[in-house]
Design a protein around this ligand. Structure first.
Ligand SMILES: [Zn+2]
Length: 132
């Protein structure tokens, strides 16, 4: 499947979306928080321009998730972002197992501008650029 092999190389994040993500993570601390990323895929570039609170999400100090079977099919749902209240911003085995969409963004504590990272389904890092 060509669809599955598609590699994303750059994530473009709007500054206000980035700020919303960071404040959401701070609000949920010391628990993990998770949000769905909305956006568009353009070639190897993902443009993220919105956030959705997932239905039926569960949150705890080392776990945040949602049953993706409850999600309405929406092609603008292109990935997720969640927080890591402790440790690094690297995806855990579980994170890669529950990979949804094209990109998994992870924010580590203390959730400042440089604490946000993007990963592909193989656990490879994707560069993030900011836009206004
Ligand atoms: Zn995680």
């Amino acid at each position: 499947m060509i669809f599955k092999k598609r590699k994303v190389r750059i994530v473009t994040l709007k500054k206000d979306t980035r700020d919303s993500i960071l404040s959401f993570c701070k609000m949920n601390h010391p628990n993990e928080g998770i949000l769905i990323l909305r956006g568009k895929l353009r070639g190897e570039n993902i443009l993220i321009d919105g956030l959705v609170v997932p239905p039926f999400s569960e949150q705890g100090p080392t776990f945040a998730g949602f049953p993706s079977s409850f999600l309405p099919f929406d092609p603008s749902y292109i990935g997720t972002v969640h927080s890591h209240p402790t440790g690094s911003a690297k995806p855990s085995i579980e994170d890669l197992h529950n990979f949804f969409g094209f990109v998994s963004m992870i924010v580590k504590s203390p959730y400042e501008n440089d604490d946000i990272f993007a990963w592909n389904a193989d656990g490879g890092e994707i560069n993030i650029t900011l836009s206004d």
